[in-house]
Design a protein around this ligand. Structure first.
Ligand code: ADP
Ligand code: MG
Length: 339
């Protein structure tokens, strides 16, 4: 009898993990931009060519990496963000899995340039399908630039599976918008096929919303704020008469992370009951902040789902907060105040 089980080589293990983490160019955009946020950047630039199929580059002015870390960052399960099991219950960063760069580097050609403030020279590394092709010391500004070329070049089946440029670009814009909304104190720019399509200065949330969605949003926003022991809520909701027939402008962030939740969406919609017609959706950007011990974001690698330990409280608090905002802004016809 001989044994049949072997450990998979790293490059294959990474490619398998990439199936989870890297679905399309927009997933790369999300991971790279989140890393820039985690690195304390005050300015983040996203450059894409051909909807990210040819080039995706993110340049930040964050803390950069040491030459050793620049090598380590492409290893699977390599992270500077958590180190022990307890940390999973107190996550304060966007990343923590240590999978993104390893996954991306297994399905693309990657060029990393990075330098810390204190280092004379920076590091320039080239990776192709998990293989290190070059590692040099070079002059570089403080911060990190990661260029991801020809995504899925080594997996034709997945490359062919990518959608048209407008569809892939829409997904990239969604990620860009979410991250820009969650970080108005950071400067962002987006360059698409050599053209700058967004240049967002440091600003407050209200102004960031207007810069992203257009001037008409200035009149339609009502500020929402509520603080309880369990959760604090902050953000803007749209006036009911501006509700649209299409979805896509409803945003929840929990501890600054974009999440999708039909449950929370329902709480908001219930507050708008009878104010918007059936099948119309009001605009909202809502930030929920609570002790990380009350949530579990470790549900799926793309991390847009979340579990709360007390869903019912969140629902009730959120619904009440929106109701209060709408009535403070006289958006709810009040029948019982005519005395
Ligand atoms: P995670 O973000 O889950 O830790 P990643 O694979 O995205 O995993 O990144 C691995 C590590 O590389 C990070 O923990 C961080 O230390 C480093 N890193 C990645 N991107 C940057 C960046 N833009 N600036 C500084 N360090 C970075
Ligand atoms: Mg990361």
């Amino acid at each position: 009898m001989h044994n049949l089980i072997k450990m998979l080589p790293d490059a294959i293990a990474n490619q398998i993990a990439a199936g989870e983490v890297v679905q399309r160019p927009a997933s790369v955009v999300k991971e790279l931009m989140e890393n820039s946020i985690d690195a304390g950047a005050s300015s983040v630039q996203l450059i894409v060519k051909e909807a990210g199929k040819v080039n995706i580059q993110v340049i930040d002015d964050g803390k950069g990496m040491s030459p050793q870390d620049a090598l380590m960052c492409f290893e699977r399960h390599a992270t500077s963000k958590i180190s022990k099991a307890e940390d999973l219950f107190a996550i304060h960063t966007m990343g923590f899995r240590g999978e993104a760069l390893a996954s991306i580097a297994s399905v693309a050609q990657v060029e990393l340039k990075t330098k810390r403030e204190e280092d004379e020279l920076g590091s320039l590394l080239r990776m192709e399908a998990s293989v290190l092709k070059a590692n040099e010391q070079v002059a570089a500004p403080k911060g990190t630039s990661i260029l991801v070329k020809n995504l899925f070049y080594n997996i034709p089946a997945r490359r062919n599976f990518l959608k048209s440029n407008p569809v892939e670009m829409r997904h990239i814009l969604d990620e860009f918008q979410r991250i820009a909304l969650a970080n108005p104190e950071i400067k962002f720019s987006l360059i698409q096929n050599e053209q700058e399509t967004y240049a967002l200065p440091v600003e407050k949330l209200g102004k960031r919303i207007v810069d992203l969605f257009g001037k008409t949003y200035r009149e339609q926003l009502a500020a929402c704020e509520e603080n309880t022991n369990y959760v604090s809520i902050k953000g803007y909701v749209g006036r009911p008469e501006y509700a649209k027939k299409t979805r896509g402008e409803q945003f929840f962030f929990v501890n600054n992370r974009f999440i999708k939740s039909s449950y929370l969406h329902h709480a908001v919609m219930s507050a708008y009951e009878r104010l918007v017609p059936e099948g119309s959706f009001p605009f909202y950007v809502l930030f929920l902040t609570l002790d990380p011990a009350h949530i579990d974001i470790n549900v799926h690698p793309t991390k847009t789902e979340i579990k709360f330990d007390d869903e019912r409280s969140i629902y009730a608090i959120l619904q009440a907060a929106i109701r209060k905002t709408l009535s403070l802004n006289h958006l709810i016809p009040s029948l019982d105040f005519d005395a």
